[in-house]
Ligand binder design. Structure first.
Ligand SMILES: O=P(O)(O)O[C@H]1O[C@H](CO)[C@@H](O)[C@H]1O
Ligand SMILES: O=c1cc[nH]c(=O)[nH]1
Length: 249
């Protein structure tokens, strides 16, 4: 049965799934795979399935924010997906994080609305330890500059107290903001699938968000390089995970 929003069924979806927000990033990531084909595109959800080092992998865009990400994730799970790696963009909440740096989330502050519709706020949004550990060791091997720790997922860009809010989370050692990591981790824990999240930093801490996003849209070289790194990191991590899964079975 085709799922109502992603317009895919279980024949279209691999066990390993990569989740960018942006549908255009799906195609840029697919360019690193072999024999891929676009399975479906509907609204913000673009799905391709192909192979990386012979391993079937699906890439689906989630769109912006928790509600659309939740729809994509639930429908992908209904199609049999088991492992999810988000490849997102984020805004730094710490001064030392540069544009294009890689952020590997261990957990997310649930400042979004969608995850609260699923379960009360004291339920933690945590990354899958095994999958995240593979990403960390793969990142070390690739020699990417990276940070690992807590991120914050939110629902609103242009609120009046954005600066104070950033300062608050800066003091709480949060690394970066995005909009989908919290819902991904929450749903994965509730449904018994495995999730991790990699963010490419596209905005310096306390820089004007709009300028940062514009730089990104204008393909700022560092941000584009950061995106390429997160794509390769996700694909290489899935290759390592698959290798371990095959040995264990
Ligand atoms: O670039 P993506 O993966 O969409 O991620 C980030 O970018 C969007 C906002 O500009 C939000 O979806 C946020 O989480
Ligand atoms: O600052 C930023 C940049 C990307 N995504 C966010 O959620 N925040």
């Amino acid at each position: 049965m085709k799922q109502p929003h992603i317009l895919c069924d279980s024949n279209d979806i691999a066990k390993y799934v990569i989740l960018p927000g942006d549908p255009e990033r799906v195609l840029r990531a697919a360019a690193h795979m072999e024999n891929w084909k676009e399975v479906a595109t509907n609204r913000e959800f673009k799905t391709v399935t192909g192979y990386y080092k012979g391993i079937p992998i699906t890439i689906t865009s989630t769109g912006i924010g928790g509600p659309s990400a939740a729809i994509a994730i639930e429908e992908l799970i209904a199609c049999g997906a088991k492992y999810f790696i988000r490849i997102g963009s984020g805004g730094a909440v710490q001064q030392n994080i540069e544009i294009g740096d890689t952020i590997i989330a261990t957990a997310a502050v649930r400042e979004d609305g969608a995850s609260k519709m699923y379960i009360q706020e004291n339920y933690p949004a945590v990354a899958d330890f095994n999958l995240t550990n593979i990403i960390l060791t793969t990142c070390e091997a690739l020699k990417y500059r990276y940070y690992s720790g807590i991120v914050r997922s939110h629902d609103s860009f242009y609120i009046d107290h954005e600066e104070e809010m950033m300062e608050f989370w800066n003091h709480k050692k949060v690394l970066a903001s995005d909009m989908e990591t919290a819902i991904l981790f929450t749903i994965a824990q509730l449904r018994g699938v495995y999730a991790a999240s990699i963010l490419n930093n596209v905005v310096k801490y306390q820089a004007d968000i709009k300028d940062g996003i514009n730089d990104y849209v204008e393909s700022d070289e560092l941000a584009a390089e950061g995106e390429k790194k997160e794509i390769i990191l996700a694909l290489e991590s899935i290759a390592e995970l698959h290798h371990r899964n095959s040995k264990a079975s």
